[in-house]
Design a protein around this ligand. Structure first.
Ligand code: COA
Length: 317
């Protein structure tokens, strides 16, 4: 099956639990203003960010999110068949950070990392649904990132946009149709020079070029997912895009014809948290009563690679 053919989805899965893991330290724009050549006004206008959480390790944050997600699903660690950790900031080269998280949580099932940069959570969600289609019963899916560990925090360009954090969901196999209606995944590796981090180095981003492409990429991917099942953008109850820049979210939302109150925006409180940004926004939407069972929700992300991905869900099946 390619991403242009979603007709053969197997057994379905639904989200039954969720949780977040955030380091306690909050860094405000005023804090950055005090030590970098930047201003609250510039950061707010250009990015929409007001504060971000900084600190912890990718494993620590994932463990927090995983514990909360298991509790909220009413499950024990041994109920989980697979732990899937989306991250682009693993704590070690080898093994995957999922090994540390699996051990700390007491999960006895399989565990692996998935790196598709900021599209990682959407990629992982699609992979998780695939695994349930071939027999897995319960999957713990976490996005966890410590972008501050690969960012030069003394250099204003990226220091002001990144944040650390994790969020996860539990997906369980269900009798009826699952919540995934359609998906679209893509990549164009010829663009990897726009956003990368070499081993031992700092993150580099050609912000203008990424910005220029991001809106088109998100809109195309979202439309592909919608077209596959003939759902119109007006039918979407909630749009949960990758939170890289509030202006990108706004432009994509407008081009897709989604009304402003239906776009989930959490970049003001978390900054850009890569793989964690979509699940953090999704969990915020659930906890704030903006997403209810049966709602149509569209998740769309893009990131280094460049990668992109969209998943259209009828939340809760
Ligand atoms: N504080 C104050 N001024 C800053 C600044 C900062 N943190 N960073 C850059 N500037 C200045 C620049 O020096 C430049 O000044 P000049 O006009 O005097 O030369 C001006 O602000 C504009 O800089 P520019 O780099 O063109 O800013 P921008 O409008 O492109 O915004 C980003 C920068 C990073 C916010 C923006 O490019 C962006 O969001 N890109 C996409 C990021 C993205 O999607 N990443 C996610 C991939 S997952």
């Amino acid at each position: 099956m390619t991403s242009s053919d979603n007709k053969h989805l197997g057994a379905g899965a639904v989200t039954t639990g969720w949780g977040v893991g955030l380091p306690p330290t909050i860094v405000t724009n005023a804090d950055l203003e005090a030590r970098l050549d930047t201003s609250d006004e510039w950061i707010t206008e250009r990015t929409g960010i007001k504060q971000r959480h900084i600190g912890g390790t990718t494993a620590e944050l994932a463990i927090m999110a995983g514990k909360e997600a298991l509790e909220s699903a009413g499950l024990l660690p041994e109920d989980i068949d697979i732990l899937l950790l989306a991250t682009t900031t693993p704590d070690e080269r080898v093994p995957g950070t999922s090994a540390t998280v699996q051990n700390a949580l007491g999960i006895t099932g399989g565990a692996f990392d998935l790196n598709a940069a900021c599209s990682g959570f959407v990629y992982s969600l699609v992979v998780a649904h695939g695994l349930i289609g071939i027999g897995a019963k319960r999957i713990l899916l976490i996005g966890s990132e410590t972008l501050s560990s690969i960012t030069n925090m003394d250099e204003r360009t990226l220091a002001v946009v990144i944040g650390d954090g994790a969020a996860g969901i539990v997906l369980e196999a269900t009798e009826g149709p699952g919540e995934l209606l359609s998906w679209d995944l893509g990549a164009d590796g010829s663009l990897k020079h726009l956003l990368y981090c070499d081993h031992g180095g700092y993150l580099f981003m050609d912000g203008k070029e990424v910005f220029r492409r991001a809106v088109r990429i998100i809109v195309n991917s979202a439309q592909n997912a919608l077209n596959k099942v003939g759902i119109r953008s007006e039918d979407i109850d909630l749009f949960v895009p990758h939170q890289a820049n509030a202006r990108i979210v706004e432009a994509a939302r407008e081009r897709l014809g989604i009304s402003p109150e239906k776009a989930m925006v959490t970049i003001d409180r978390y900054g850009n948290t890569s793989s964690s940004s979509i699940p953090l926004a999704l969990v915020a939407a659930i906890q704030e009563g903006k997403l209810k069972k049966g709602d149509i929700v569209l998740l769309s992300g893009f990131g280094a690679g460049m990668t992109w991905g969209s998943a259209l869900l009828r939340f809760g099946g």
